[in-house]
Design a protein around this ligand. Sequence first.
Ligand code: ADP
Ligand code: MG
Length: 474
Amino acid sequence: MAAAWQDVVRDAAAVREAAAVAVDAALLAGVLMRTGEQPHASDVVNYAPFTLLPSAVPRALFEQAYAVQQDFNLLVDAVSQNKEFLEETLASTIKVDDFTAQLFRIYMQVLEEGLAQTVFLGINRSDYMFDCGLDGTAALRQIEINTIAASFGGLTSRTADVHRLVLNVLGKTEEASQLLPNNPAKGLALGIAKAWELYGSQRAVVMFLVEEVQRNIFDQRCVENELWNRNIRVIRKRFRDVFEQGSLDASRRLYVDGQEVAVVYYREGYVPQVYDEQNWEARLLLERSRAVKCPDIATQLAGTKKVQQELSQPGTLEKLLPSHPEAVARIRATFAGLYSLDEGEEGDRIAATAIADPDRFVLKPQREGGGNNLYGEELREVLEKIKDSPERTSYILMDKIRPQPALNYLLRAHSPLQVSECISELGIFGVYVRQGQELVLNQAAGHLLRTKAIEHADGGVAAGVAVLDTPYLV
Ligand code: ADP
Ligand code: MG
């Protein structure tokens, strides 16, 4: 797997030439990001970081990841409709984690009032690494499933063309022709369009709920423009705008700035820092409304690390998907070891094991967006400190996945061209739409490969650690 481009990787002249071609191709293809210096400007932009070379991905594992995506869509949707399961699973977490607790309060409040929303849209991304066993064979292991604001489906729709060109420049024309087409932007837009149509009002718009600082706007525009091309109007609003301009009518139709909103597509709202009192109020207003939320608050809760850990417990999948034994088997085959740190003997035992051997594990709080997990010495220190306090239950433990590194170049604006030992993470986008109890759309919508240097344990593209990549199936 590591040997895909052995011959060119050390050829400094060829690499330099290919890198120059690659950067211009990325700019031409629209693999773009706003800059850190001018994050509000679209007239000063740069390319989003990406690998010079596509990374080798075992074909069987790639196909396995695609094959299980509809199952994961079903599962997330089932969890989101199961109040008892969410209540039981998150009971210990919400005692100690204020952010999850606040989401949960809104969830309960909305249920008590009764849902006005009848159409449901899920856009998720299930992320995997390829765990390398002692005998050298790789296995597909899920890292997590992102049920809110799963990003880079837009930009990654454009990276395969860049890598195809790079391989051609390097004389690898046969390999170039094998790179797969990939268009998550289209797939995500298809889901949003379906939800918009079922909402049933020609006048109504799709609202992208966006960040204060929108460095990744081009990724969002890829999806947005697909909607405009289907004659669906899109508006971009922040929580603050919703607080100031949002209201519900008597049948809880949502209006923002005078326009009826059919679909709210959250690209924000998954970290505690964005919520002040007004933004929580705006979130509640959106959740109470008839508009299709992508995701609704139940589905956001279904994506917590605590739920992920509970799903791995014996019997849980069977209970959630009783009439889908084959889906259950496919899902379970992707799970890594996940462990509860809830109070009690079992939690004591696994905490002690992790303190004794921290390199075997990752310690995860209930947070999204990268850079929150703890590894190695830091994991040991934190766990030592909290092992006898209830705070322990706001974390879960997970077996650390160990992929086989490969050499590549990470192209980043203003950074020197140097070879790095890298590992990759494969994400599959899932899209589904449910009307009442009927699932009317359930699809895998494309993939995202992100690659990072091995010295970084954590962090995604937005966090400045990982870069966009294209799988080269082997
Ligand atoms: P977040 O919600 O912050 O994205 P993730 O669970 O996806 O949290 O973890 C962030 C990053 O940490 C992943 O992209 C991956 O690089 C690394 N990571 C997470 N879990 C593991 C694991 N079990 N083994 C190895 N690396 C992991
Ligand atoms: Mg992640």
